[in-house]
Design a protein around this ligand. Structure first.
Ligand code: LMR
Length: 397
């Protein structure tokens, strides 16, 4: 038998929790594990601008024939304009090229495949901690990975000196994977000054930046969240960016992502693009259309774009409100000093809870968070926050 030796894999450390959550019969259970935005009613709604774009597509679409291998050029252009800002030399002009990939994960994978297949690099440096899938993606693409320290668990801040110290062991030509904003899982991002230091360091050490950019607009704003990445692009002539529209457009299951590669000139970029198309063709042949058409329609229709920015701001503001309220309520309950949660950015709060406490939250209270202690703040609302505070108070050490 061919498959007898196959061992059962452990559940996915993030998506696997939602599977367990579904099976939990408790009516008052709360799922704060996966990074999905939920509104005050606990629902992951479809944005109004998305519904409107879909109506346009329904009436105007005339074919379901294949898209080009890299996706529609206008989709890539819209993505680059979001990443680099209007008027940037990387939007038009050919120095940066983009291919549609299925979600941010697809962009990370296609980018890693390209690096491996083209012998660009062998080793990628990944933050510790990071999104659990990063390690698997690097390995599956045939890259080795090393870890650099990122989080100071005692002071709940970026372990900047240790991070840079460790990165000084990277060899010329290695890849450094950075989170563009809203670092997953810690919610701690470098300051503007630290981004400058990272950028000059990468340039001096001839390291290739690969930016995971899954949360643009979720932290502080579309421009603000892109600032670190834009600093890198000012110093480093070459980089890769994996963008995702899952969170900021709420298009989770449409798998709308983009891989953008910045090159030193348009001639190089055109050769790179030709190879990226091979990587896409080998992995998925050509991309799915619906998500990218929604994004392109919204971004290129001024009224829809405005509506999207408002809806995005609404999600961002609600997350910030819940973050502050959680800190206030925990402090009022005497649950301990969780003030650091207010300093973190994006959908997640790195709570500092250990494995036992995470298990108690689940077993005693039906509250599901990620094993690392990551809480999805985007799933908290006025209706469940008091139970969460009560539970966190009960398990304090
Ligand atoms: C998360 O970190 O929860 C999200 O990025 C969803 C995922 O695919 O893990």
């Amino acid at each position: 038998m061919f498959f007898d030796r196959i061992e059962a894999a452990p559940a996915d450390p993030i998506l696997g929790i939602s599977e367990a959550f579904k099976k939990d019969p408790r009516a008052d259970k709360i799922n704060l594990s996966v990074g999905v935005y939920k509104n005050e009613q606990g629902v992951t709604q479809i944005l109004d601008c998305v519904k409107k774009a879909e109506k346009i597509l329904l009436s105007e679409e005339t074919t379901k024939s294949y898209l080009p291998i890299g996706g529609m050029p206008e989709y890539g252009r819209c993505a680059r304009e979001l990443i680099f800002g209007k008027g940037s030399e990387y939007v038009d002009g050919g120095k940066a090229v983009s291919v549609h990939c299925p979600g941010g994960t697809g962009a990370l994978r296609i980018g890693s495949d390209f690096l491996h297949q083209q012998n660009v690099a062998t080793t990628v440096w990944i933050s510790d901690p990071t999104w659990a899938n990063h390690y698997q993606i690097a390995q599956a693409a045939g890259l080795k990975f090393e870890r650099y320290p990122y989080y100071d668990r005692v002071n709940h801040c970026l372990a900047f000196d240790r991070m840079m110290d460790t990165l000084s062991q990277a060899k010329e030509g290695d890849v450094v994977l950075l989170h563009g904003c809203c670092h997953n899982p810690t919610g701690i991002d470098p300051t503007a000054e630290q981004w400058e230091q990272i950028a000059t360091f990468l340039k001096e050490h001839k390291l290739l930046p690969f930016i995971d950019f899954a949360y643009q607009g979720i932290g502080h704003g579309l421009e603000e969240d892109a600032a670190g990445l834009r600093t890198i692009s000012k110093h480093c002539p070459e980089m890769l960016i994996a963008s995702s529209f899952s969170k900021n457009f709420g298009l989770y299951n449409e798998r709308a992502g983009v891989l953008t590669v910045v090159c030193k000139d348009a001639e190089t970029a055109s050769r790179v693009f030709s190879q990226l198309k091979i990587s896409v063709r080998t992995a998925i042949s050509n991309p799915p259309a619906h998500g990218e058409k929604i994004v392109t329609t919204i971004l290129s229709t001024p009224q829809l774009r405005e509506e999207w920015e408002q809806e995005l701001a609404g999600m961002r503001d609600r997350i910030l409100e819940m973050r502050k309220l959680l800190v206030e309520k925990l402090s009022a309950a005497g649950a301990g000093d969780y003030g650091f949660i207010a300093e973190q950015n994006g959908m997640f709060s790195f709570s500092g809870l250990d494995k036992d406490q995470v298990a108690r939250l689940k077993e005693e209270f039906g509250i599901y968070i990620v094993g690392s202690g990551r809480i999805c703040v985007a799933g908290i609302n006025h209706g469940n926050i008091d139970r969460l505070v009560e539970a966190l108070n009960a398990i304090k050490k």
